[in-house]
Design a protein around this ligand. Structure first.
Ligand SMILES: [Zn+2]
Length: 356
């Protein structure tokens, strides 16, 4: 979340402490950097981070790190006395482990309680790689269908056009800005869509079924809507669903995606797909994404057979699936903001260090 404060001075000091820690790995005590003037509770964290890790040789993105003992919490307000900073934080958690602060954002890392998983009464298929929505959800047992996040297509088109015209005019800085704005809007939408999906699963007492992520590009070629395809937003949504499901005790499983959009969800035969329409020789006609979502909810024996024949279900793919699941389970519900320090902050720190 944005903290709305100017911590240029503190970040500059932290930068100096980090530089010290990299050079003096044997003298990691706050007394050696006390003269710089950074609060010792923060300096200590920086010394530990940069001094104890042998791999860190350059400081790419400096943040102020505040450990749990330097954080107070009272009814929705996080208070950091060493920085005289208060931010509202209305989320349920067990414990705040650390807060990191850069020039714009505060990153709260908290331990949250996972609910024990219930036994699913229904099977809910979630197709994320759809032609016009963020997600199409189908409840196998009741036949209910939910199409979520229609706005995404519109958002993507709008920003794509904006970027194109700005690029033509050579306004690359604005392009970057616009890109960031789009990412924020999509992230917000992904939070809402994932929340709806998990709430739906809880209400229906259903287990969520998602496609395994690895083969999506290989097995699906959908021309009309390449938004989710090849896009970080698609993976972000999958991650959001995953961690919200984990916290809510919703069982989640991953299925092999091969043939889920090619086969009929009623009879299992390979049907004809034309953009958004799916048609099978058994007479079944449905929206293509809805058909896929029902297949994901319950993979028919015919699809399993096809997957086996084409080598999609070999041992090798099983280990890869496990790897995917593991990396997903360790993901923290945190802000997805990576990369190095902004040029703006770098120059601010430089200026600060020059003037003392
Ligand atoms: Zn059919």
């Amino acid at each position: 979340m944005k903290h709305g404060r100017d911590f240029t001075r503190e970040l500059g000091l932290a930068f100096q402490v980090a530089e010290y820690a990299i050079k003096n790995k044997d003298k990691l005590s706050t007394k050696y950097v006390a003269h710089l003037g950074l609060k010792s509770v923060i300096a200590n964290q920086i010394l530990r981070k940069y001094g104890r890790n042998k791999k860190i040789k350059v400081i790419s993105h400096i943040k102020l790190a505040i450990p749990s003992q330097g954080i107070k919490y009272n009814s929705g307000i996080v208070n950091i006395p060493s920085l005289k900073l208060s931010i509202s934080f209305c989320k349920s958690f067990q414990k705040i482990n650390q807060i990191e602060i850069d020039d714009e954002y505060a990153y709260v890392s908290a331990t949250v309680e996972e609910k024990p998983q219930y036994t699913p009464q229904k099977s809910i298929g979630v197709d994320l790689n759809t032609t016009g929505h963020c997600a199409v959800v189908a409840v196998k047992e009741t036949g209910k269908i939910f199409k979520l996040g229609k706005k995404a297509e519109h958002i993507h088109k709008k920003y794509k056009n904006m970027r194109k015209s700005l690029q033509k005019r050579g306004l690359y800085k604005v392009v970057k800005k616009i890109k960031n704005r789009e990412q924020r809007i999509v992230k917000d939408l992904n939070h809402k869509v994932s929340r709806s999906i998990v709430n739906l699963a809880v209400k229906e007492k259903g287990g969520l079924k998602l496609e395994k992520l690895r083969d999506i590009r290989k097995t699906k070629s959908r021309k009309s809507f390449k938004y989710a395809l090849n896009s970080w937003s698609f993976y972000q949504l999958a991650k959001f669903i995953e961690y919200k499901a984990l916290l809510a005790g919703v069982p989640i499983t991953y299925v092999e995606p091969a043939y889920t959009s090619k086969c009929c969800s009623k009879c299992g035969q390979i049907g004809k797909r034309n953009d958004k329409h799916f048609k099978c020789s058994c007479g079944h006609v449905e929206h293509a994404d809805v058909n896929a979502a029902f297949n994901i909810a319950l993979i028919s024996p015919r699809i399993v057979q096809l997957q086996e024949e084409k080598g999609f279900l070999q041992a090798e793919s099983d280990t890869r699936q496990k790897a995917t699941q593991r990396s997903y389970a360790t993901l923290e519900p945190r802000v997805f903001r990576h990369g190095s320090m902004s040029e703006d902050l770098k120059s601010k720190i430089k200026r600060f260090m020059q003037t003392g």
